[in-house]
Write a protein that binds this ligand. Structure first.
Ligand code: NAP
Length: 699
């Protein structure tokens, strides 16, 4: 590699002049100190890259629906999977073991898969996301309110930390891409070469719409001067950098959306019931060691504070020490048998050791490991010392004084945890809260009362809680693993951000707007039919029944207005005996009349819904393939023998599937009685072919 690391801007690879090489930042192999590459942005026109995103990137993403973008995400995931061996090889240069690389690379690819599938399941196949229900703002239904989300018109700048160059980038890129907002990613310098490699795979795949992803390899000190309303910055890194960046004028007064995921002093609490010998104690120790050693502890979610019952402190320390001695092999990740690699750079090593000394000076006693240069397994398989490698052995500090500020404030971003005892569950809650806001806290207990007491006390201080016990210890994804479907981010010191969190993270790249208007206008804007806007009863319009129309032919507002059907006591009894539902409201006049809701015996709601299907259906084979469900079913007015019902069924939302020959049609179903009173309302979901089958169209 050994040259200057390229950036990818304005639709092309860009490298600084060779003359810059001497002043460029050198990036070294974490284990050996060999030069990997140099990084510099000298001469890069950042302003034009940002403008390219706002123009070309916005335009090309704007031509796609949520589902089309989601399909591209899956194809990108497959393209990366095909070439992941290249990424693994580079990843080992950052100090990552195979397992660490799996979290970073396969974890990152997994985020793309997850967003692809969530995007297609949970977003409409259009460009506007409708949030919540209709608000009736006038009695006659002519004035409605609705909330919509539309994409931000600018660029999503993603500034990442060095620890997960692939996952950290993709977890932000996926939701931005799905929202339709172009990304400019700025990886951290020490591992930016791995981010460059995955961006290269994506560029070479030809899947990226123009301007949808740009990469800046190197520092961007003047970035915030070029940002404006409609742009957003998602930052991951240290709290101090976040604080500095948030202070920029473009964020403070210019309307640039800024979220940060920063360091966080996460805790893991051992419940009072989880004494030595219980499965929870074992799971707790196993997890603690995993969090200290995986990625050499360079994880924003790692456990920094082990909060355990005072009587269990010694037992936990002994068990952690034993497990580390038995299972941990520190060394060059390319050597056989190594389970923990070096930190990302010698700079990081020195910084971590400095923070360990600070913890020790402020009340922590080192009870496992040391700050001395460790013996490590070298690339050739021999054991020795490595002055040029960024190695630190796992360190645990014991704090006798639980109120020591350093315990709750100092982050040593490496294989370092502190342990502290507590006397009561209330005290454990207070200790967790002292972290000032965390990404995650885990609790090991098999006692639901303890779990509830702890969780209700600490949830507000955490973005995520993991409740660990014997039932989920084997299947748990672990304290340190953020998942794309769950919120990743936390309050206070953790940055207050929301990087992941399923569709929430997509919406973070969009603006929520309340729209007030007539049903007609809201139908036009959202693509979803609103009651009160134009509808086309098929018989009156001389059109085919809507069930005879393919997705290509069906229009929002196409409607069936049925004839009516009268309910008799005999119908009710037949249905009751046929189904076994002989509930008294249908069968016992006196008891039904005594019920506050019924005038006497009434028809089963399910009878009415079944009849409604009989009233609106067109029975012959055709483009409607299946009824896939009902949603939002409400029974409003009871129906007595002698009453009659009719149904109006209106095509409400049409969602073609990108990768199937069919799509979903959501129908608005409304049942009324002979006095025009509302009997029931619900949505009917059907799967409908995109085109007429050849035989049907020939007919
Ligand atoms: P850092 O020093 O704060 O740097 C983070 C990023 O900010 C880097 O890409 C850095 O670029 C960039 N940056 C610095 N100054 C900037 C400026 N003026 N304008 C634009 N970008 C700027 O953090 P780090 O050392 O890379 O990462 C370690 C920290 O990240 C730890 O504290 C860890 O807890 C935290 N972290 C948090 C999470 C989370 O999700 N909460 C995840 C991972 C890590 P350069 O490298 O080019 O300087």
């Amino acid at each position: 590699m050994n040259t200057i690391l390229p950036s990818y801007v304005n639709g092309a690879w860009w490298t600084p002049d060779a003359a810059v090489a001497a002043s460029a930042t050198e990036v070294l192999d974490a284990s050996t100190g060999e030069l990997v590459t140099r990084v510099s942005t000298e001469g890069l026109d950042l302003a034009s890259a940002l403008e390219y995103a706002r123009t070309t990137g916005q335009r090309s993403l704007g031509e796609l629906t949520f589902h089309q973008r989601a399909v591209l995400l899956k194809q990108m995931a497959l393209a990366l999977t095909e070439r992941k061996a290249e990424l693994y090889e580079l990843s080992s240069r950052t100090g990552a073991t195979k397992q660490d690389s799996w979290v970073d690379i396969d974890g990152g690819i997994g985020v793309l898969f997850t967003y692809s599938s969530k995007g297609r399941r949970e977003l409409p196949n259009s460009q506007v996301y409708v949030d919540g229900g209709v608000e009736q703002l006038s009695k006659d239904g002519s004035f409605l309110g609705r909330h919509i989300y539309t994409r931000l018109p600018g660029v999503a700048v993603q500034i990442n930390a060095f620890n997960f160059p692939v996952w950290g980038s993709l977890e932000k890129f996926a939701p931005a891409f799905l929202a339709g907002v172009p990304t400019l990613v700025k990886p951290a310098t020490p591992t930016g070469y791995l981010a460059e490699a995955f961006v290269r795979v994506l560029v070479e795949s030809g899947l990226l719409p123009d301007g949808s992803l740009q990469l800046v390899s190197g520092s961007v000190p003047d970035l915030f001067e070029h940002l404006r309303l409609g742009d957003l910055v998602s930052f991951t890194g240290s709290a101090s950098t976040a604080e500095r960046l948030r202070a920029n004028e473009s964020v403070q007064t210019g309307g640039v959306r800024f979220t940060s995921e920063t360091d966080s002093i996460n805790a893991s609490v051992l419940g009072p019931d989880a004494v030595a010998g219980t499965p929870e104690f074992d799971a707790y120790v196993k997890q603690l060691v995993a969090e200290m050693t995986s990625k050499a502890g360079q994880k924003c979610t790692a456990i920094r504070r082990a909060v355990v019952p005072a009587a269990s402190v010694d037992g936990v320390i002994d068990a952690v020490r034993t497990r580390i001695a038995e299972r941990m092999v520190l060394g060059d990740p390319r050597a056989e048998g190594v389970t923990m690699g070096p930190l990302a750079s010698t700079g990081q090593r020195d910084e971590v050791l400095r923070q360990v000394r600070r913890l020790a000076a402020e009340g922590g006693e080192i009870v496992i490991g040391s700050t001395e240069a460790p013996t490590v397994r070298l690339a050739d398989g021999t054991d020795g010392s490595s002055a040029d490698g960024a190695f630190v052995e796992p360190v645990m500090l014991r704090f006798a004084d639980a109120s020591s500020p350093a315990l709750h404030e100092v982050e040593a971003f490496g294989p370092v945890s502190s342990i502290v005892g507590y006397d009561s569950v209330d005290e454990a809650v207070r200790l967790v809260a002292r972290g000032g806001g965390s990404l995650v806290t885990s609790v090991a207990t098999h006692d639901p009362a303890v779990a509830v007491a702890l969780a209700s006390g600490i949830a507000a201080y955490n973005g995520r809680l993991l409740l660990l016990d014997r039932d989920d210890a084997r299947t748990s994804t672990g304290h340190g693993s953020p998942l794309p479907n769950l919120v990743h981010g936390g309050p206070g010191r953790a940055g207050g951000g929301e990087e992941l969190g399923g569709i929430r993270a997509v919406l973070h790249h969009m603006q929520r707007t309340a729209v007030q208007g007539s049903p007609e206008m809201l139908t036009a804007l959202t693509g979803v039919w609103h009651a009160g806007s134009a509808s086309t009863p098929y018989a009156e319009a001389g059109e085919p029944h809507p069930f005879r129309k393919s997705l290509a032919e069906l229009r929002i507002g196409d409607q069936v207005v049925s004839g009516s059907r009268t309910v008799t006591l005999e119908d009710i009894e037949t249905f009751a005996h046929f189904t076994g539902d002989t509930f008294y409201a249908h069968m016992d006049e006196a008891s039904a009349a005594a019920n506050p809701f019924f005038p006497g015996r009434v028809a089963h709601g399910y009878l009415l819904v079944s009849w409604a299907a009989g009233l609106f259906v067109d029975a012959a084979p055709g483009p409607v393939l299946a009824n896939s469900g009902l949603e939002n079913l409400r029974f409003v007015t009871p129906v007595s023998p002698g009453d009659s019902i009719r149904v109006e069924l209106t095509a409400k939302q049409i969602t073609p599937r990108e990768t199937d020959e069919y799509g979903e049609v959501r129908w608005d179903a409304v049942l009324r009685n002979q006095d025009d009173e509302l009997v029931a309302s619900y949505d009917v979901l059907t799967l409908v072919a995109k085109e007429q089958a050849p035989a049907a169209s020939a007919a």
